[in-house]
Design a protein around this ligand. Structure first.
Ligand SMILES: [Zn+2]
Length: 455
């Protein structure tokens, strides 16, 4: 213990020397340390926490126009713990003001009582605001009083600190995953909507077989849906019921609110109802997945989807007396369960077919040209059209037309001149006034999974 204390004192003396060196260059310095009781002052967890807070602090300083001179910035671990020191350019701001701003960082931060930011002026003197910090453990008395009175044992303090840090880091991690997944959700949707040309579907230049909507209608509805993505991922992340089928009403509940917003944004036009269901399940399932696992495993992920959608066809489509929705009508007439069947089986069209096509044609998204991305997405879409029993087509037409479209798409995919024969599918859709909307939804899901895997 005695040796440790000596080592801490030596480390603190070194820090003092470093600060004085900056002052001797007539510069102000800022240092950041953590208030860790007992010994050792640093470990892996503390260092992760320290670096997390340091990145937050740097953004905060920049936002407040406090400019770090990052040449020669110091970030070390010594016996006194983690230590960061930098020169700051204070031409436009007084040292007192800097102190007030950094104190604001401490007081508004959730774990601010663990954080110490010190400012040393260009004469080498500490800049003080005269405010006393309260003890981070009890919060009742100034820290210095609890320390002097030895009010709390080192064990108590350290357990408390480590607990707080772990909680903080896990919330940070969760927040990062939720942001990432909801952003990929929006990306998937935008990639699908923007792909031009698309047979029978709305794209940037054409409205396909839809006289009542255009590209902007899709932007309107996409924007109305996007704010719900976060909530879906969040609910998935927090879901703790071992019975995953109980998740479906939660997803549906958000999905129904999304439908209301979609219809409000599009003047009552159904642009993305199918997508809301399919993407909703995937946003939720991926949130759930990444709350437990870091690496993406397709089989594990598909099991989650299957569990969420267990028996959905049986429950929702069989024994319906008066079918009303497109899905219900198609199931009664043809026995195809459309999107529900895909979901129930863990998206076989995506995981067993279309994802491979997309990955083979787009091994990396980085530096890929617009043409390359478009071509990869078109091939993926054609693959989906060739295998999907799309209820959008069955509802508008019949099984014969669907089979013809599927076989034409197979031919296009297998021929040597994809680029030119691709247009034959658009011609066919135009002649028959059909739109492979279900396949477009699955394209968005394929893109969603593609980017989850790539991240
Ligand atoms: Zn206390």
């Amino acid at each position: 213990m005695k040796q440790s204390l000596d080592q801490i004192l030596t480390a603190k003396e070194n820090r003092f020397v470093l600060r004085q060196k900056i002052a001797s260059e007539n510069k102000t310095s800022l240092s950041f340390t953590l208030n860790i009781a007992g010994f050792p002052k640093s470990n892996e967890l503390i260092t992760t926490f320290f670096n997390t807070i340091l990145s937050e602090l740097k953004i905060f300083l920049l936002a407040n126009r406090i400019i770090i001179i990052d040449k020669n910035e110091i970030n070390i671990i010594d016996k006194a713990g983690n230590f960061y020191l930098t020169k700051i350019n204070n031409k436009n701001i007084s040292e007192k003001e800097i102190k007030i701003i950094t104190e604001n960082f401490e007081t508004t931060h959730k774990l601010g009582r663990l954080i110490d930011i010190d400012i040393t002026d260009n004469k080498g003197n500490p800049v003080s605001s005269g405010k006393e910090k309260n003890c981070y453990y009890c919060g009742k008395f100034p820290a210095i009083v609890c320390m002097r009175n030895k009010s709390h044992s080192y064990n108590e303090l350290r357990n408390f600190i480590f607990n707080e840090i772990e909680n903080y880091l896990s919330i940070k991690k969760k927040e990062k995953i939720i942001k990432k997944l909801s952003s990929i959700g929006l990306k998937a949707l935008l990639y699908e909507v923007s792909l031009t040309p698309k047979p029978g579907l709305v794209d940037f230049n054409n409205s396909g077989s839809h006289s009542d909507m255009n590209y902007f209608t899709f932007l309107d509805s996409s924007s109305a849906l996007a704010p719900f993505f976060r909530e879906l991922v969040h609910k998935g992340y927090n879901f703790s019921n071992p019975e995953l089928s109980h998740a479906l009403p939660i997803i549906r509940n958000i999905g129904l609110q999304m439908e209301i917003e979609m219809f409000a944004a599009t003047n009552k036009i159904n642009t993305q109802k199918g997508l809301i269901f399919l993407l909703g399940i995937n946003l939720f399932a991926s949130g759930y997945y990444f709350s437990k696992d870091e690496l993406f495993n397709i089989e594990k992920y598909r099991e989650i989807i299957k569990d969420i959608c267990k028996d959905i066809t049986k429950i929702e489509l069989k024994n319906i007396e008066n079918p009303k929705t497109h899905g219900e009508i198609c199931f009664q007439k043809y026995g195809f369960a459309g999107a529900r069947s895909e979901a129930e089986k863990g998206f076989p069209s995506v995981f067993e077919s279309s994802l491979k096509i997309l990955e083979n044609n787009l091994p990396s998204i980085e530096l890929a040209s617009k043409e390359k991305i478009s071509m990869a997405l078109q091939k993926t879409l054609v693959k989906l059209i060739s295998i999907n029993n799309d209820t959008n087509i069955l509802y508008r037409k019949n099984l014969k037309i669907l089979k013809k479209l599927q076989s034409l798409s197979k031919d296009v995919l297998n021929c040597n001149d994809f680029e030119n024969s691709y247009f034959k599918i658009a011609d066919f859709c135009r002649e028959n006034n059909i739109s492979p909307g279900g396949s477009a939804d699955l394209l968005a899901i394929t893109v969603y999974i593609y980017f989850i895997k790539a991240n």
